[in-house]
Each structure stands twice: as structure tokens, then as C-alpha cells.
Ligand binder design. Structure first.
Ligand SMILES: [Zn+2]
Ligand SMILES: [Zn+2]
Length: 351
């Protein structure tokens, strides 16, 4: 199937139109027309080869909302016309313990990423959602529940599940005391989801300037990390801190805020953090942990939860040809809170 996309041809080039073929349908494949695609920070990192494993041409995009156009002969869960979603992964071994536990992101043989990964069957490099069409195996396609505003669902597929999974892993529910560090694409979802789960949610920020926005998103309290007295008063007061900061930073101010046995979960930064002061960890059996997206079952649970609670990301809609500007604005944190590309703005050459 011929399709069009926006791709980076190398680490220095801006994204530009790119035509290629999606694979012919396998028996367990679902083909979709992509309606919307969210713009994740990792799209920018991958386009610029910041992690040193990008393969070009690179078509980013792993927050994908589409409409089914065709299904393979063995597909049972989807039919033409269904609204569906694809997140960060499109395949895994399906037989290891992690896959059996619904944690395909930790597949022992490695998950297949939605873009920039070799396909498990034909070895072709996968291409993501900044394109008109996608073909993915049924097991990695999610149902978009009725009633959700399709134009705002896309960021749930990465930002949503990335913050929902640690909330569920560490048992957040009514009365849990949750803090969120960082208020970008991930952080704003962490606030909404934790509030939705019934937690008392505090946003921790370097300055008071974001307090109104934090409360607008549903936060119950706001803590300024440069206010030493307030930070001391908040010692041992959280069950979970979700740290969404996407760059190298210092955890020292945050770990003393955890209660005994509580956890700081890193979800934003892939790489080093500043030297860690272990005293608060030992003195309260506090933990620093990481979390990576979530499994397919949990992602579906998150979508269904968001539909039930009417939780949606705050989105800024862009056209496909505005993507390079959007990348630049994202680098300056100049987005509230996630860009979503309206894929209708990308026309097929032969349309
Ligand atoms: Zn992402
Ligand atoms: Zn596996």
C-alpha cells in the first residue's frame, strides 16, 4: 500500500514529505488510515539521533489514532470503520514471561517499536504515525472507546500510559498522596490521571508561576521547591512522586519528601541524573525506580478509564507541515501541553 509521511533523512535534516509502501496485510494485521498523531519528546530525540540508535529515513510518531480500513483474514477484534489506536510498540515475542504477564514493553526478546525498529518477520524498519496509513498486528492495536473526543485521544498512547502505569504499579487510589514533578506533556497527564484515581495531588515546581495552571489541571496543592521551609514541612508526606522531568536533574530535593517505603518513579529522563544522595533513601527505605510506558492490557484499561472519567490531554492541533516549528517550540517547552497533528493535513500525492 502506497502512503505518504513526514520523515527525517538524517540527524540534521528537518522533517520533509516522504513516500513509501506499507506492507501487504498479513493474516493478523489491521490496516488503518491515521486521523491524528501526537508529538512526543522522543520523536524529536529520535529525529536528531540523540540516543544514537536512529535509523534513517525515520518516520516518527507513536501516539496514533486511526480508522480501520482493512483487516487480515484472522483478525477477530476489529472491523473496517472502527476507531483504533497504536502506541509505542507494535510487536513482541508473545511467548516470554513478560509478554504473558501483559508487560510486552519488557519482552525478554525486546519489543518492536512503532518506528525505527526492525520488523520481526521481514526485518523492514518500522515507520510511525506521521503518515497517512499504518499496518500493525492486531495484538498491538487498541480500541478507542466511544464518546472520547478523537482529536484529543492521541497523547494518551504515550504520555497517558507512561504516567498511568506507575500510578497503578504503586497502588494509587483514593486518599493516596501523589506528587508530580514537571508539568509538560507527561506531567499534565500525571496530574489528571492521579486526580481521576482519587489521589490528593501536589505539583512540585521551581517557581510559583505554574500554580494557577496546576490547579486548573486539577492539582490539590502546589509546592515550590526553592521554598526551603515549605519543602521541610512536606518531608515524608508522599506515597509516590512521579518525576516527569525529561533532562538530567537533581533528585536530592525530592527523596526526603517520600514517606517510609514510598517511591519516586522516574518516567521522563532516559540517561543520567545528578549524583544521588543516598541518606534519605536508607533513612526511610525510600526507593527511586523507573517505569516505561505500560503493557497492551494496561493501555486499554487506561483508555477505558479515561473514557469513563472523561479525562483528556490538553492539546494544540497543528498541520503536518508545521511539525518542524512544533519541534522547536517543544524544545523551549512552549506547548500546552501536547501537539497533535491533524493527519487530514497530509494529502496523498495522488489524491
Ligand atoms: Zn512518546
Ligand atoms: Zn516476549
Amino acid at each position: 500500500m502506497k502512503t505518504v509521511a513526514y520523515a527525517a533523512q538524517n540527524a540534521a535534516s528537518p522533517l520533509a514529505p516522504f513516500a513509501f509502501e506499507r506492507r501487504a496485510l498479513r493474516a493478523n494485521d489491521v490496516a488503518m488510515e491515521i486521523l491524528y498523531c501526537g508529538v512526543c519528546h522522543s520523536d524529536l530525540h529520535m529525529a536528531r539521533n540523540d540516543w544514537d540508535w536512529s535509523v534513517y529515513p525515520l518516520v516518527p510518531g507513536h501516539e496514533i489514532i486511526g480508522r480501520v480500513t482493512d483487516v487480515g483474514t484472522d483478525v477477530t477484534k476489529f472491523k473496517t470503520g472502527d476507531h483504533v489506536a497504536v502506541g509505542c510498540m507494535v510487536d513482541s515475542c508473545q511467548h516470554c514471561d513478560q509478554c504473558h504477564n501483559g508487560e510486552e514493553q519488557f519482552c525478554r526478546e525486546g519489543m518492536t517499536l512503532t518506528y525505527g525498529s526492525p520488523d520481526r518477520i521481514d526485518g523492514a524498519i518500522t515507520h510511525g504515525g506521521y503518515s497517512k496509513h499504518l499496518v500493525a498486528r492486531e495484538e498491538f492495536v487498541l480500541r478507542v472507546p466511544d464518546g472520547l473526543d478523537l482529536s484529543r485521544v492521541a497523547p494518551l498512547l504515550c504520555a497517558g500510559i507512561t504516567t498511568y502505569s506507575p500510578l497503578r504499579t504503586w497502588g494509587v487510589g483514593p486518599g493516596s498522596r501523589v506528587a508530580v514533578v514537571g508539568m509538560g506533556g507527561l506531567g499534565h497527564m500525571a496530574i489528571k490521571l492521579a486526580v481521576g484515581l482519587g489521589a490528593h495531588v501536589t505539583v512540585i515546581s521551581r517557581s510559583a508561576s505554574k500554580e494557577a495552571d496546576a490547579r486548573e489541571l486539577g492539582a490539590d496543592a502546589f509546592l515550590v521547591s526553592s521554598d526551603e521551609r515549605a519543602m521541610e514541612a512536606a518531608a515524608s508526606s508522599f506515597d509516590l512522586i512521579v518525576d516527569t522531568v525529561p533532562v538530567k536533574h537533581d533528585l536530592t530535593p525530592y527523596t526526603p519528601l517520600l514517606d517510609v517505603d514510598a517511591t519516586l518513579a522516574l518516567v521522563g529522563q532516559l540517561g543520567p541524573v545528578d549524583e544521588v544522595q543516598t541518606t534519605p533513601l536508607l533513612m526511610g527505605r525510600r526507593r527511586v525506580a523507573g517505569s516505561l510506558i505500560g503493557g497492551i492490557k494496561e493501555t486499554q484499561e487506561m483508555l477505558d478509564f479515561c473514557a469513563r472519567m472523561n479525562i483528556l490531554p490538553e492539546c494544540e492541533m497543528i498541520q503536518m507541515d508545521e511539525i518542524n516549528d512544533a519541534f522547536e517550540r517543544m524544545e523551549r517547552s512552549d506547548v500546552r501541553y501536547r501537539f497533535v497533528i491533524d493527519m487530514a493535513s497530509l494529502a496523498l500525492v495522488n489524491d
